[in-house]
Design a binder for this molecule. Structure first.
Ligand code: GLN
Length: 454
């Protein structure tokens, strides 16, 4: 059914960069045969899934929506891909994204944008717009995304789907093409909270191949959602002062306040918490992230992967081949970030930019630690606006970056965050996302509270 829906509707949506019909059917047949043979199967065996195109799949295209990786076939599978296969989940294909996960709209994909199923003239969020649009339009029941600054949660918010970023280290990053390694995290994209919890359980767990992987058992997230009690007595909810005023669309705030009221009505206590460092979190992210990007993307040199372009004229040297390859292979936004990252890491500027940003990162962690002394979870809108129109922000990087203001603190602090649909904004009829943030390793309480908001 899903392969047929993709064939029918993806012409308009462009959620997929590669549809793996044969691979998906092969897994489905294997699961069927095992079922008939009475072999033990995973609880969710047979549920198809789409994955973002920055997770490597052995012998199958993995482009990160970049020309520089066109034609490259990875020689290995990401840990999450192996886990999906073990669990018997057929992989439908690879989803569209902003090039190397840099953007909030998928307009930076080298292969053209994905459209929002709610309104084809609007963006599906980014960078994981393909995964969110696929789930939002029932082209896949489940998908995987990656979240460095909100790329799972913000697309979830603007497409009316659920998107969760687990605690940093809860899901292996082995085989995820690195954007900013200290911030990147893989997570689930689904239509409801119970599914997201189940999917995180499948992909989570310690992996010796990722040095930042948490060495502890996967919490029983599925059961946590199922056990959510009728009332929320004893639950302490914090509302962040810095995430509700200026810059937030009226309808977004209205739906957000209603969500807070619903929790209050079911017995939770709600207090306002002050996180002054959040005013600088966005700026700090847009220094730390490009610094890591400039280092991680140095490997795309025309020698190791995909594209190789020879200099058009003049001497042919390795250096000039690398320059020509990177000039042709990377898009504008990627180049912008590499240049910015190289600059903030350069001698003479390092302390002023990168050093200061790291200090802000520590302050964000302290503000959140203080907030979590008083509260079990924090609630914020996921994004300041509903889905915007194509072209509205693509030529103005600053206004694009501002859409990440509410999602970034979680990445800087390594804490889990989830976006849950909170109805539509009255002024435009488009989905609004409610974000639940929990302390590090607090994925369980995050899912419990998220389930209450559904
Ligand atoms: N909008 C963020 C950025 O452009 C999203 C990054 C991400 O989470 N991959 O950096």
């Amino acid at each position: 059914i899903f392969l047929d829906r993709i064939e029918k509707y993806d012409k308009d949506l462009h959620a997929f960069l590669f549809v793996d019909r044969d691979g998906a059917l092969e897994t489905a047949r294997r699961v069927d045969a095992d079922r008939k043979a009475g072999k033990p199967l995973g609880k969710f065996a047979g549920v198809p899934i789409a994955i973002k195109d920055n997770m490597v799949t052995r012998g199958k295209p993995t482009t990160c929506a970049s020309k520089i990786l066109e034609g490259w076939l990875p020689p290995y599978d990401a840990t999450v891909v192996l886990k999906l296969q073990e669990a018997g989940l057929p992989i439908l294909g690879k989803t569209n994204m902003d090039e190397f996960a840099m953007g909030s709209s998928t307009e930076h994909s080298a292969f053209g944008p994905t459209r929002n199923p709610w309104d084809l003239e609007r963006i599906p969020g980014g960078s994981g717009g393909g995964s969110a649009a696929a789930v939002g339009a029932f082209l896949a029941p489940w998908a995987l995304g990656s979240d460095t600054g909100g790329s799972i949660r913000q697309p979830g918010s603007v497409t009316g789907t659920v998107g969760a970023k687990p605690t940093y280290g809860a899901v292996s990053r082995y085989g995820l093409v690195a954007m900013a390694s200290s911030l990147d995290q893989i997570g689930p994209v689904t239509r409801n909270v119970a599914d997201a919890a189940a999917l995180q359980e499948i992909i989570g767990g310690h992996d010796p191949l990722d040095s930042t992987s948490l060495d502890e058992p996967v919490p029983d997230l599925d059961a946590a959602v199922a056990a959510t009690a009728a009332d929320a007595k004893g639950l302490r909810v914090g509302v962040v002062k810095q995430m509700q005023g200026e810059g937030y669309q009226a309808g977004v705030l209205q739906r957000f306040n209603e969500a807070v009221d619903r929790l209050k009505a079911s017995g939770a206590t709600v207090t306002e918490v002050d996180c002054p460092s959040f005013e600088y979190a966005l700026a700090a992210y847009y220094l730390i992230m490009p610094a890591e990007v400039s280092s991680n993307l140095a490997r795309f040199d025309g020698v190791r992967y995909g594209l190789r372009v020879m200099p058009k004229d003049g001497e042919v040297t390795t250096e000039r081949m690398m320059a020509a390859t990177r000039e042709a292979g990377f898009g504008e936004e990627v180049k912008r970030r590499i240049i910015l990252g190289t600059h903030v890491l350069s001698a003479g500027y390092f302390d002023a930019y990168y050093g200061s940003a790291q200090k802000v990162r520590t302050l964000v962690q302290r503000d959140l630690a203080a907030a979590f002394e008083k509260c079990d979870v924090l609630l914020t809108p996921t994004a300041p606006t509903t889905a915007f129109k194509f072209g509205e922000k693509v030529d103005d990087p600053m206004s694009m970056y501002l859409n990440d203001v509410a999602t970034i603190p979680a990445n800087l602090a390594g804490i889990p965050g989830i976006s849950v649909p909170g109805g539509v904004a009255p002024e435009d009829g488009l989905p609004v996302g409610i974000q639940v943030l929990a302390p590090a390793r607090g994925d369980k309480v995050m899912y419990e509270v998220a389930a209450r908001l559904e």
